[in-house]
Design a protein around this ligand. Sequence first.
Ligand code: HPA
Length: 235
Amino acid sequence: MSVHIGGKPGDIAERVLLPGDPMRAKWIAETFLEDAVCYTQVRGMLGFTGTWQGVRVSVQGSGMGMPSASIYTHELINEYGVKSVIRIGSCGALAMDLNLGDVIAAIGSATDSNMNRTRFDGLVDYAPVADFGLLRTAVDAAEAQGTPIRVGPILAADAFYTDRPDLYDSLADYGVLAVEMESAAIYTIAARYKAKALTILTVSDHIKRGEAMDSAQREQGFSNMVKIGLNTAIA
Ligand code: HPA
């Protein structure tokens, strides 16, 4: 057991999907994995291990935001020997050519979080990036299953509700596709402890157009993303 995860050593696979929502972890385990077993319920942040196409995979809720996602990423890698972490989640689109349900792979993650500024004493703006091998595999997996995937940079924001929509406009001008709340920390911690990380997202809302998915759109969109994540994890 680590501080925040109740699993025993060996309970967690080397390849982990990391949705923010623990109930989505449960849904993924029940819908996609075979022989899924729940290894942790600590703080309600559910984690499951099962198999996908015969390969052991775990799905662990990370919670919302970088402090929470950092805890799970750190403990998965350092306490359970996890080698690759694939965040799957939702995002708010900034790019005007993105639509609800579109799938994004985050090549890099800009952030307004202070975590990396603290890490580097404010002297360096560290660039959190995806593992290139995982990214390439995800793009191939998406093509193989016929799901269009957009690769580009995103913003990992500390706040869901912002008082500075003007900053989102500037980021969009610089090619930032969308906003979520975890990727920069996951990429940084994976790099620090020599693991691989990738973030795959489904556009659940369009920030600039004020649109949001309904529940049927969410489930279909998320299924395509989960399959890309699972096929990337086992490759
Ligand atoms: N902002 C931040 N995170 C998100 C959003 C958003 O608009 N939508 C889904 N995750």
